[in-house]
Design a protein around this ligand. Structure first.
Ligand code: ACO
Length: 334
């Protein structure tokens, strides 16, 4: 009889652009201050890509690291999926096609998904499904954002919160259930579509002088309303995924939440009784990098030597759409 197969996270990689933008730098651009930003968000600095760097450039750098660490060559990759809300090009070609070409992956499916800050958990959901369906053996997933390209640098409510970056992972096959992606659950509720939105330049409000004058091409957020729903949803989602898998928080080595706001992360961690040393925090260094935030945070754990093959991770994300999702997996990289 054929042995059952499972999907498995075989490597992680990330890239953060070199340019560091501190809160003090932003004080010179909008009416804000370091004290407000640190107190309300925990963010001290973030990275902004250079003008000549696009999302695909960040994604390609992260992907090369993930492939090297997985010891998988571009020829062995069966599919490339990029999650982004700041693609290289409006509509087409997809950022995934550009990245695949940069890596020399030709003749394989490559496409983008849009799930805002939940992008990486959605990618895991897709990759796991394709592996279990035996459609692919090696899937390169990348969360990447040059979110500075859609930030309104005149809007202090949003421009201080976000940063650029990319995180990539290779999802492959294992026969060892203990080393697999145990569960991924993802959800959405479009009722709150206006909480996080780039209103202009789509088919609803096509590009026009008026759209640009109203600055509708940029990201808008109802921060306070989003905050309240985020905390509640993230807590419920973790409780549900743990219960579904007959696990409790002591079975988890690290909690890797989406890095939007330190206050959200602390509130969720405390409500779930997670020991602070298990809660991964990178928002102070990178701000909110949307789809890149969770893989960048896992990469940080990996590069600090805090996770090894066999470490069990709990991921939890929330973002525009609204979308949200969580995952429990055993890291199977080396
Ligand atoms: N500097 C100084 N003051 C500011 C700034 C700033 N950068 N931004 C806002 N303020 C002011 C506001 O104008 C307001 O002033 P007022 O009371 O005089 O009107 C005051 O600070 C409080 O504003 P709030 O929006 O109520 O502040 P809040 O404590 O809610 O913090 C924040 C705002 C940080 C945006 C928070 O609400 C948040 O983190 N929201 C959730 C973000 C999130 O999780 N998003 C989902 C993922 S993102 C994605 O999917 C792309």
């Amino acid at each position: 009889m054929e042995k059952p197969i499972y999907a498995s996270l075989k490597s992680i990689g990330a890239y953060a652009p070199e340019r560091i933008v501190t809160n003090y730098d932003l004080e010179k651009i909008v009416d804000t201050n370091d004290e407000w930003i640190v107190k309300r968000t925990g963010i001290k600095e973030r990275r902004f890509a250079q003008d000549n760097e696009a999302t695909s450039d960040l994604a390609t750098k992260a992907a090369k690291i993930a492939l090297d660490r997985a010891k998988v060559t571009p020829k062995e990759v069966d599919m490339v999926i990029v999650a982004t809300i700041s693609p290289d090009f409006f509509c087409m070609p997809s950022t995934a096609c550009v990245v695949a070409n940069n890596l020399g992956i030709i003749g394989k499916p490559a496409f983008d998904i849009s799930a805002a800050c939940s992008g990486f958990v959605y990618l895991l959901f897709l990759a796991k499904s394709f592996i279990l369906a035996k459609a692919c053996k090696n899937i390169l997933i990348i969360g990447a954002e040059k979110i500075s390209s859609i930030l309104d640098m005149q809007d202090r409510n949003t421009c201080v919160l976000f940063g650029d970056g990319a995180g990539a992972a290779l999802v492959g096959v294992t026969e060892n259930k203990e080393k697999s992606i145990i569960e991924v659950q993802v959800s959405s509720n479009g009722e709150y579509q206006d909480f996080l939105i780039t209103p202009g330049c789509g088919s609803r409000y096509p590009t026009s002088k008026e759209v640009l004058e109203k600055r509708l091409q940029f990201l808008k957020m109802k921060g306070n309303e989003t905050f309240k729903i985020a905390v509640k949803t993230l807590i419920n989602d973790v409780v549900e995924i743990l219960e579904k898998n007959h696990l409790n928080i002591n079975d988890i080595d690290f909690f890797v939440p989406h890095q939007a706001n330190k206050r959200i992360i602390t509130a969720v961690g405390e409500a779930l009784n997670i020991a602070p040393e298990k809660v991964v925090l990178t928002v102070q260094k990178y701000g909110n990098t949307s789809a890149a935030s969770i893989p960048m945070a896992i990469n940080e754990l990996y590069e600090e030597g805090r996770i090894q093959n066999g470490s069990r991770l709990l991921l939890d994300a929330f973002g525009g759409g609204l979308t949200w999702g969580s995952a429990i997996l055993t890291f199977n990289g080396n």
